[in-house]
Design a protein around this ligand. Structure first.
Ligand code: FAD
Length: 475
């Protein structure tokens, strides 16, 4: 916490940048604009525990205002924690060392579409669904449809390397971002030009995509656009086991068919998600497929994919489960799936690995996590030519807070260490934030020092989102 005199002076300087109505210091405002959707902090809130808070919340409207704010924070060595939509799942927006919460929601301008290049420029605070609906009116889609589309904003997507449910076809946000404007911790405004490809040294855009606010603030971006597909088709199969389902997926991508939706539910998740509405073998997995594009290509791709699924022992379930999932894909989160009674804990470890390791990672993580007597269910989604991700979901109810937080930590420690041991990577799309911060060094190995060196050059005073991504952890 800043002392009250210091806070008052800082407030005055911030008010001179953004105006009085855009600087908040009341506790209620600081609580409302502080936390994200990290399941542990949600559970702690339910249990009546207070979360760390920033001293001041500031709402800039332009890149120039962000620049001025960072210049002041840098001069006074005050921590700055950006918040976009606040739907991150890793505690990345928690201002654990106090200071300024930089709320980007006022930065919500959508600039003109460049129809010739099929791109659009936006400010970082534009909410995903607002942008998708705007480009839909012109016959385009962003191709980026994470389940948090209605809550998260473009800056948050980019800052966490987010992945939409159709990333197998359209790519993740790092593939969809052509240009970027970033404000560095010293207040300099840096532009990474919008170009399809280049050969002028390393791609600096990728340095900031996924930085989670630790290297600067993303203020504007240029995104790719796609034509709204002529048709979207759905298909579903059951498989006797994870292995045959995964083999079907691998063989589909091997011949360069790119379904838009690919989701393989393990027996536990399939039973939980589909057994009430659809009939399939007890203990079977369920595979959902979706195909986007013009009718000719979609029909060809669907035909080949069906052939591969049948060859791998799949049983055709028609379009039902896939279509149902698509139509209800947001429902399960509102209200939250977690119970509110007792000390309920739960979370998702979204890992990624190449095909040669994927199945081993799945079995090793499942075994390690289940050893803590929690329920584990999983699905493979966001699949690509060389591998894909697994959502390892766990939950349980514990008798008291102390046991609940300890079990939660143990499941994470055991799950991540099994993932790394088997050659997986600990996050595909949710980022690192606070929840995975302690594992970053193990994950990156000798490359972690490179990340630390970059941090110390760009942010020598360590003001930007300290404690996240394993960077700037203080005593
Ligand atoms: C119900 C639900 C469903 C979800 N589904 C998906 C999904 O399908 N795919 C997926 O990828 N994720 C998903 N998520 C996770 C989350 O929504 C994403 O990680 C999203 O990208 C976070 O964006 P946000 O705007 O909410 O970011 P925030 O939570 O506000 O911030 C996330 C991190 O980025 C930093 N940050 C935010 N804005 C900026 C900026 N402009 N410049 C620099 N740093 C910044 C913050 O400091 C923080 O560290 C889901 C979350 C929920 C709650």
């Amino acid at each position: 916490m800043l002392d009250s005199k210091f806070r008052e002076n800082l407030s005055k300087r911030l008010i001179s940048v953004v105006g009085e109505e855009h600087v908040m210091t009341q506790e209620t405002d600081r609580v409302l604009n502080a936390h994200d959707a990290w399941p542990l902090s949600e559970a702690k809130l339910r249990a009546g525990e207070l979360l760390p808070l920033a001293d001041i919340v500031v709402f800039p409207a332009t890149s120039k205002e962000v620049s001025e704010i960072l210049r002041i924070a840098n001069e006074l060595e005050v921590p700055v924690t950006p918040i976009g939509g606040g739907a991150g799942t890793c505690g990345g927006t928690l201002a654990i060392y106090g200071g300024i919460q930089l709320d980007l929601k006022r930065m919500c301008k959508i600039y003109d579409i460049d129809h010739q290049s099929m791109t659009i420029r936006v400010q970082a605070g534009v909410v995903g669904i607002d942008l998708e609906e705007e480009v839909n009116r012109h016959g385009y889609t962003l191709g980026h449809t994470p389940t948090s589309l209605r809550a998260s904003n473009i800056g948050g997507f980019i800052a966490t390397r987010s992945g939409g449910s159709m990333s197998s076809l359209y790519g993740k946000i790092e593939d969809l971002t052509l240009g970027l404007e970033v404000v560095l911790p010293n207040g300099s405004i840096v532009e990474c030009k919008s170009v399809p490809r280049h050969s002028v040294g390393p791609d600096l855009r990728q340095l900031f995509i996924g930085c989670e606010g630790t290297l600067g603030v993303i203020t504007e971006a240029t995104l790719r656009l796609f034509l709204i597909p002529e048709v979207r088709r759905f298909r579903s199969f059951s498989f006797p086991d994870v292995h045959s389902g995964l083999e079907a997926i691998r063989n589909i991508f091997r011949i360069e068919i790119k379904p838009s939706i690919v989701r393989l539910y393990d027996p536990e998740d399939a039973a939980m998600s589909f057994s009430m509405q659809f009939e399939f073998g007890d203990g079977h997995c369920v595979l959902l497929l979706g195909f986007d594009g013009d009718i000719t290509h979609v029909e060809l791709d669907e035909k080949e994919a069906v052939k591969i699924c049948l060859e791998q022992g799949g049983i055709d379930l028609g379009e039902g489960p896939s279509k149902r999932w698509w139509e209800h894909r947001y429902d399960m989160y509102y209200p939250s799936r977690l119970t509110t009674s007792g000390y309920a804990i739960g979370d998702t470890i979204d890992i990624v690995a190449t095909y040669d390791k994927l199945e081993n990672v799945y079995h090793a993580m499942k075994e390690a996590m289940e050893a803590n007597e929690v329920i584990v269910m999983s699905h493979f989604s966001h699949m690509y030519q060389n591998g894909g991700s697994i959502y390892m979901i766990f939950f349980s109810s514990q008798p008291d807070a102390e046991t609940a937080w300890a079990v939660y930590k143990k499941v994470w420690d055991d799950g991540v260490s099994a993932c790394l041991r088997e050659g997986g990577t600990m996050s595909h799309q949710h980022g690192v934030g606070l929840s995975r911060s302690t594992y970053t060094e193990d994950e990156l190995g000798s490359a972690f020092q490179v990340l630390q060196d970059i941090k110390s050059v760009l942010d020598p005073k360590g003001i930007m989102n300290p404690g996240k991504l394993g960077l700037g952890v203080r005593e």
